[in-house]
Design a binder for this molecule. Structure first.
Ligand SMILES: [Ca+2]
Ligand SMILES: [Ca+2]
Ligand SMILES: [Ca+2]
Ligand SMILES: [Ca+2]
Length: 137
């Protein structure tokens, strides 16, 4: 009885050591959102839900590149301006990509996020800054 218990414990420990959760390097959690920076789609912006409406690998809280050309520039500003206060998810004009905060409307808090992205000129940074990924530097 005691031996089988010991064996079970050994199996659990062994499986634990080789499971993905325990394998591989970590980069720390720069924005303290509980997602290791190696896997975080916005390394420097807290987004535990990892929301990414356009699915480009760059989380909404750090993705001002709405037209997917790799830079946050004039055309992105025009897209943001068109969606600013234009509607809610239930109405016309709502742009979920410009809704950086994910609260259902494109408003002042989203502008602050977009402005920071516009100043940087590029989306991100995300996990791609550490990995061989092309989306969201
Ligand atoms: Ca993080
Ligand atoms: Ca994050
Ligand atoms: Ca995105
Ligand atoms: Ca762009």
């Amino acid at each position: 009885m005691r031996l089988s218990l010991l064996f079970s414990l050994l199996v659990i420990l062994t499986l634990g050591l080789v499971s993905p959760a325990f394998a591989g390097p970590t980069m720390g959690d720069h924005d303290l959102d509980g997602i290791d920076s190696l896997f975080d789609n916005c390394r420097d912006a807290s987004n535990t839900n990892q929301r990414d409406p356009d699915g480009d690998g760059c989380g909404a809280v750090c993705d001002g590149d709405y037209d997917q050309d790799g830079v946050v520039a004039g055309t992105d500003f025009l897209i943001f301006r068109a969606s600013f206060l234009a509607g809610t998810p239930l109405g016309a004009g709502y742009n979920e990509n410009a809704d950086h905060s994910g609260d259902g409307i494109v408003a002042g808090n989203d502008f602050l996020i977009f402005r920071a992205q516009f100043g940087a000129g590029v989306p991100g940074p995300s996990k791609a800054a550490y990995r061989d990924l092309t989306a969201c530097p």
